[in-house]
Design a binder for this molecule. Structure first.
Ligand code: CTP
Length: 428
């Protein structure tokens, strides 16, 4: 049988050293590897290491006359069965998503008609950034196979998704894409390594932290206001800033949960490691909540608009000059929290928020019973809570209630997540 060939593009990230291990594993599976480096990859691995392991020339310079005359960038792609970018940094992912061809690697990627696998590795915040997630989604639509990064401690000291998957897992995925048999024993076997010793192999290696209180739990959070269209330019909304909900999503992710954040229109950065889905109206939010199930816990922090225009006009409503004011008829929005309490996939713990201006506990308890949720976090919104940095809340449960002292929203978030951890988290 003919040997399968991959073209491995190594871009410049701290995980580049793992591409050396990958080459070794692939060769053991009888897969030939030819390597292309981006400019910044040279900061992390040397052409010599890649050349020794691939037993081939290493390519990198688009305008190297000798390289281009001898093989050419089109030829590099033509001779491969699969192109693998490993590690794929946020930068090369962005260039690919934008169709930019400004070096040999991205020119090959734009010119190729071969299947492409991207193996991302980057800092957790870069991975969680809306721009990166948008680019990843773009690559998926463009037909690029993108591996999910591993979650764990990072070389930069942070924690979350963004670590390069382990080389045996990457090798397995490559074999699957090539329709080549994969021998896991062979991949794991410790043979004499051709990887040069020294700083390249001395990178920190963190184990995923299975001990964090919400490890493996799926948590759904809604946040922000909703926006209900009156016509294409006007809407009904409220003063919610989304800050409390975003802080809760962040605290849950830091506690190890897989967090989906369904956010109304707000200008806040996505917390690292959190999957964010942006919505506008209550009905969109309700649809996305349904789609995000199952979840172990749902925390409904959003200030959902109670009403929407009975009919939203397709065109801008114009003044007719008569001085008459157009009637604005409202209709009630679905209650997302109450609906979730009745849902076949009701989360084990359902937490609602209650914005109250008087009789806080009394109203919150009535809300808990009416909406059939497990806890209500009641806050007094008579001050500047909506949009402010602090929050004074009262946690109301079936057993009783406790008032927490006024604190910054991230402190309130961590306290709530700690409580949730005690209730449903790991016993350790
Ligand atoms: N909520 C919801 N869907 C709605 C309205 C509210 O899911 N259509 C949720 C909020 O996310 C929050 C809780 O219900 O978790 C309470 O929201 P709040 O605005 O305080 O209560 P209302 O239902 O609007 O009740 P009231 O108008 O009596 O205060």
């Amino acid at each position: 049988m003919l040997e399968k060939r991959i073209l491995l593009i190594v871009s410049g990230g701290i995980a580049a050293y793992k591409s050396l291990e990958l080459i070794r594993l692939l060769k053991r599976q009888d897969i030939a590897v030819r390597a292309v480096m981006t400019g910044s990859a040279h900061e992390f691995v040397t052409p010599l290491s890649l050349g020794v392991l691939t037993e081939d020339q290493v390519y990198g310079d688009m305008f190297d006359l000798k390289e281009e005359r001898e093989i050419g960038h089109i030829q590099l792609s033509r001779e491969a069965d699969l192109i693998v970018i490993c590690p794929a940094t946020a930068n090369i992912i962005a260039r690919m998503a934008g169709g930019i061809a400004d070096d040999l690697a991205t020119t090959i990627l734009l010119a190729t008609d071969k299947p492409v696998l991207a193996v991302p590795a980057m800092n957790v915040r870069m991975w969680g950034h809306t721009a990166t997630q948008r680019n990843i989604a773009r690559l998926g639509k463009d037909g690029v196979d993108v591996m999910q990064p591993d979650e764990g401690g990072m070389a930069c000291g942070e924690y979350g998704p963004g670590r390069l998957p382990e080389p045996p897992d990457i090798a397995e995925r490559i074999c699957a894409l090539l329709n080549a048999p994969f021998d896991p024993a062979l991949a794991q076997a410790r043979g004499p390594s051709a990887i040069p010793a020294g700083p390249l192999t001395a990178q920190p290696d963190f184990a995923p932290d299975a001990k964090r209180p919400l490890h493996g739990k799926r948590i759904l959070v809604t946040a922000g206001p909703t926006r209900e269209a009156i016509d294409p330019v006007r809407y009904i909304a409220n003063r919610s800033s989304g800050r409390q909900g975003f802080a809760i999503a962040q605290a849950a992710a830091e506690a190890g949960a897989d967090v989906t954040l369904i956010a109304g229109p707000v200008h806040l950065a996505t917390p690292p490691g959190v999957i964010r889905i942006d919505v506008e109206s209550a009905r969109e939010m309700q649809d996305e909540v349904g789609r995000a199930l199952p979840a172990d816990v749902a925390i409904m922090v959003a200030a959902v608009s109670d009403w929407r225009a009975a009919e939203s006009a397709g065109q801008k409503i114009k003044k007719d000059g008569s001085g008459d004011v157009p009637p604005l008829e409202l209709t009630e929005n679905p209650d997302i929290l109450a609906g979730l309490a009745q849902h076949a996939k009701r989360p084990e713990l359902l937490v609602g928020f209650a914005a109250e201006t008087e009789k806080i506990v009394e109203h919150a308890r009535a809300k808990l019973e009416r909406k059939r949720c497990d806890w209500i976090v009641a806050n007094d919104v008579s001050g500047d809570v909506m949009g402010g940095a602090n929050n004074a809340v009262t946690l109301v449960t079936a057993e009783g209630h406790e008032a927490w002292e006024d604190a910054p929203k991230d402190v309130v978030a961590r306290k709530l997540i700690a409580r949730i951890g005690e209730k449903i988290g790991q016993s350790e």
